[in-house]
Write a protein that binds this ligand. Structure first.
Ligand code: DOR
Ligand code: ZN
Length: 450
């Protein structure tokens, strides 16, 4: 496993390196768009910002804007052990790049689940030469796992409190405090799938997303969040896919990070009336969806993450009860929300804090901002290039999207470590993603909360 990424501090560099490339135009700096030139080193770091930089090829982005690329804390790339023809590290990271994401957090509910060092090493070996963006690997936190050995190699832990795809046996609720206490000592970020299965309704099987919301109700999420709080102080705790304004209100100010997904922000339990919209936690009633969106737009949700779960269309196209849970979304996450910026429903600084800055800091990575010493993972976005999401134009093997027809703005160009990997909306780059591990500059309590 490679050592953690090292931030390039000015005094480490010796004499100033000559830039290999200069990008010029309006860029998102310190909370607003400003006209600037960005000098990028040969090895893909932002060297300097200035007005009249020289010494390298200069590319002016014109009417478009330069933004930091995003980090997606939550994807399921299904490798190893996924069904034939489903997602892979190669296909999922290419979709990430096309959607403006430079780092994904890969979840451990693959087959076999990542519960020990050999399974972690096996997955890590699949990244070099195949991943288009960087990958941080989660290990599964189970009471029976040897957590210190995993912590020495993994990038983060995932704790499922309820059964879900590939994880049929969540820990007994009574074991959770001791697992959290041990994770707090180990120092890595911990993401929790917070649904309390003792609160699931069992009266009649769900036949559609409205029934699924009744079966795994908001009360199950709220009860699971209560089990987690107060978090043991040094724990870097992050609650995955929060779905209601009540959960946001409970978590704000509790010293924990949390995320919302595009599907819970943009779709209700009546948006798509089939098993294609079956997901854990479920899509919620419109009032909850709207409340979650309003909290997000006010900047009260620290992180945006996709929970990309790309089940094949053939597997989703089944009677509701037997269909798997999960929706794809890594390629569309930022483009959907860029369209909401364009329509003035969302402020650009709110989006970039949630999609770029906070998740990169959460993973202890030196990017997510356009500033010297940060990685040159950058997007060129032309907010006039509005389009509509169409599964046939997306790049994943799953072959469908729950956002068909939604307005979106895809990045025109994407730079990964200073090199163009996406041009005119198509993947053209080399595949240079690596496994990364956190490097934390601040104190453990320095959580990037909203
Ligand atoms: O709907 C879901 N799908 N929720 C999860 O927690 C897992 C995911 C998957 O891996 O398919
Ligand atoms: Zn997930």
């Amino acid at each position: 496993m490679p050592p953690p990424a090292r931030r390039r501090d000015r005094d480490e560099r010796g004499p100033p390196a000559a830039p290999a490339r200069i990008l010029a135009g309006r860029a998102f700096l310190q909370g607003k768009l400003q006209t600037v030139e960005v000098a990028i080193s040969e090895d893909g770091w932002i060297l300097a910002l200035g007005k009249h930089l020289t010494g390298a090829r200069r590319h002016d982005v014109g009417q478009a804007v330069l933004l930091p690329a995003a980090t997606d804390l939550h994807v399921h790339l299904r490798e190893p052990g996924g069904p034939p023809g489903v997602e892979s590290i190669a296909s999922g990271t290419m979709q990430a790049a096309l959607g403006g994401i430079a780092l994904v957090g890969e979840m451990p509910n693959t087959q076999p689940p990542v519960t020990d060092v050999p399974s972690l090493e096996e997955k890590a070996a699949r990244v070099p030469g195949r991943a288009a963006v960087d990958v941080l690997l989660y290990a599964l936190a189970r009471p029976s796992s040897r957590l210190p050995a995993l912590a020495a190699r993994a990038g983060a832990f995932k704790l499922f409190l309820s059964p879900t795809t590939g994880v049929p046996d969540p820990p007994d609720g009574r074991d959770i405090p001791s697992v959290l206490a041990e994770l707090a000592r180990l120092g890595l970020p911990v993401s929790v799938h917070a649904e309390d299965p003792t609160r699931f309704a069992r009266s009649r099987p769900a036949l559609d997303p409205v029934g699924w919301n009744a079966e795994r109700p908001p009360a199950a999420e709220e009860a699971a969040i209560e089990r987690l709080l107060p978090a043991p102080p040094p724990l870097r705790l992050h609650v995955a896919h929060v779905t209601t304004p009540a959960s946001v209100a409970r978590l704000r100010g509790a010293g924990v990070s949390f995320e919302a997904t595009p599907h819970h922000l943009l779709l209700s339990d009546r948006s798509v009336r089939s098993a294609f919209a079956k997901v854990n936690p479920p899509l919620r009633a419109e009032a909850d969806r709207r409340g979650l969106w309003e909290a997000f737009a006010r900047g009260e949700v620290p992180v945006l993450a996709s929970d990309h779960a790309p089940h094949l269309a053939a597997d989703k196209d089944r009677p509701f009860e037997g269909a798997p849970s999960g929706v794809p979304g890594v390629e569309t996450m930022l483009p959907l929300l860029f369209a909401r910026v364009r329509s003035s429903e969302l402020a650009l600084p709110v989006l970039l804090a949630a999609a770029c800055d906070r998740p990169a800091r959460w993973f202890g990575q030196p990017h997510g901002r356009i500033a010297p010493g940060h990685r040159a993972h950058l997007l060129v976005v032309d907010f006039r290039q509005r389009t509509r999401v169409a599964a046939r134009r997306l790049h994943g093997p799953c072959g469908w999207t729950p956002f068909e027809g939604h307005e979106a703005i895809f990045p025109r160009e994407v730079y990964f470590r200073g090199e163009p990997v996406v041009t005119a909306g198509e993947f053209v780059g080399e595949v240079r993603g690596e496994v990364v591990r956190p490097e934390f500059a601040g104190a453990p309590s320095d959580l990037p909360t909203a």
